[in-house]
Design a protein around this ligand. Structure first.
Ligand SMILES: *Cc1c(COP(=O)(O)O)cnc(C)c1O
Length: 380
């Protein structure tokens, strides 16, 4: 598998994300297998992965998509065309009716919003199922930026703020980020303790995202057991809505070296940017893997890889290589499909990376190239 990107490398115009169809299919197959063994339905969180040109494949394996508002809802409705679940921290008056038309499930973030919209949504779409997001007030999220259960969190209703409503058919919680089945077990335990009197009245419970299912070492057997036990105990449908686990290790970002400068160390300036094209490198923060490169002191030629924005901190990390880098060399960043192009910006007027797919049959297809108009038309 590793060599397939290298085979098409000369064709790749940088910067470009390249998704490998075979790797996406591998993840989807594993998720489908968990659906079948556990009875849960798995839906794609569009927030993390929304390359809709792959949805013909995604549709074969997953039960639908979860949207964070009107536009993601519309994308799921138009392009995935299976179950559409929509949650938003705050639904707006001028969007709620369209969202109700296109969604099969709608999840409110507060009791206020539930009460405000429940009748309107049902009038527009009588079959829609109404749910409420719960804050289970326990989480193992790695950093506060990604912790929906941190103190003062606005995301979901706490036990104290909760009020039952007979129109509620489902509960939703999302408390994990790149977590194990053990972490889910902890959250589930505290969720169950706080809300068990209501659970037998529900049709479904959504366990949110953040399950690192497709990562090597994830305990899928434990996940299956947790889902089965829970759904049998309360007689309800369980949902999972992973984003990262779908896009996990399904492709790369390919960039080129533009210049090498020296300031006490060698610094390679690339035609990509952490700030605009791989924001989690700065937000998490983390050091992405680079194909063929080692830790800073592992190999003879050491470089800092840095972006071509004007942000001083636009630094991807320090790496070492077997050979000196020179302008024109291509750099392959691993695992750059989830939470990358969905978050990109045109800050500094930097070109957005193309979106390309390496097909299972070996064909290399550029599905989207961005140009000056994409930058200009967002501004005025
Ligand atoms: C972000 C998010 C997800 C997906 O999380 P992953 O970590 O990508 O699996 C699912 N549900 C909600 C409510 C989210 O905010």
């Amino acid at each position: 598998m590793e060599s397939s990107i290298e085979r098409v490398l000369p064709k790749i115009k940088t910067p470009s994300y390249v998704l490998e169809e075979a790797l996406l299919k591998k993840n989807l197959k594993l998720l489908k297998n968990i659906e079948q063994k556990s009875g849960a339905k798995i839906i794609l969180a569009l927030k993390g992965f929304a390359m809709w040109s792959t949805f013909d494949m995604v549709r074969e394996y997953l039960s639908g998509a979860t949207a964070s508002g009107l536009w993601e809802c519309q994308l799921a409705f138009e392009e995935l065309r299976r179950e559409v679940h929509t949650y938003s921290p705050g639904f707006k008056e001028d969007e709620i009716e369209l969202i109700a038309k296109m969604s099969d499930y709608i999840i409110f973030n507060s009791i206020n919003q539930f009460k405000k919209y429940k009748e309107r949504v049902k009038n527009i779409h009588p079959d829609i199922s109404l749910g409420i997001r719960i804050n289970p007030q326990t989480s193992a999220a790695p950093v506060e930026l990604y912790n929906p259960c941190a103190p003062y969190s606005r995301l979901g209703v706490t036990k104290e703020a909760f009020e039952w409503d007979d129109m509620m058919e489902g509960f939703h919680f999302h408390a994990l980020c790149e977590e194990s089945a053990e972490a889910l077990e902890q959250v589930l335990k505290s969720f169950e303790e706080s809300f068990k009197e209501f659970l037998p009245r529900l049709k479904w419970v959504n366990f949110g995202g953040g399950h690192h299912i497709t990562k090597k070492g994830y305990d899928t057997q434990k996940l299956i057991r947790l889902i089965k036990d829970f759904s049998q105990k309360y007689g309800l449908q369980v949902y999972l809505e992973p984003g990262e686990a779908v896009g996990w290790q399904t492709g790369v970002l390919v960039a080129s070296v533009v210049d090498i400068v020296h300031n006490q160390m060698d610094i390679a300036i690339l035609d990509t940017s952490a700030e605009t094209h791989m924001p989690d490198v700065l937000a998490m923060p983390y050091r992405p893997e680079v194909r063929g490169a080692g830790m800073p002191d592992e190999k003879p030629y050491r470089y800092r890889l840095a972006g071509n924005s004007c942000l001083a901190g636009d630094i991807i990390g320090d790496y070492s290589f077997d050979r000196p880098l020179k302008p024109g060399d291509k750099i392959i960043f691993e695992d750059m499909i989830h939470y990358t192009f969905v978050k990109n910006t045109t800050f500094n007027g930097i070109r957005l990376p193309s979106l390309a797919i390496l097909k299972e049959n070996g064909d290399y297809e550029v599905i989207k190239r961005f140009d000056y108009c994409d930058y200009k038309h967002r501004l005025s």
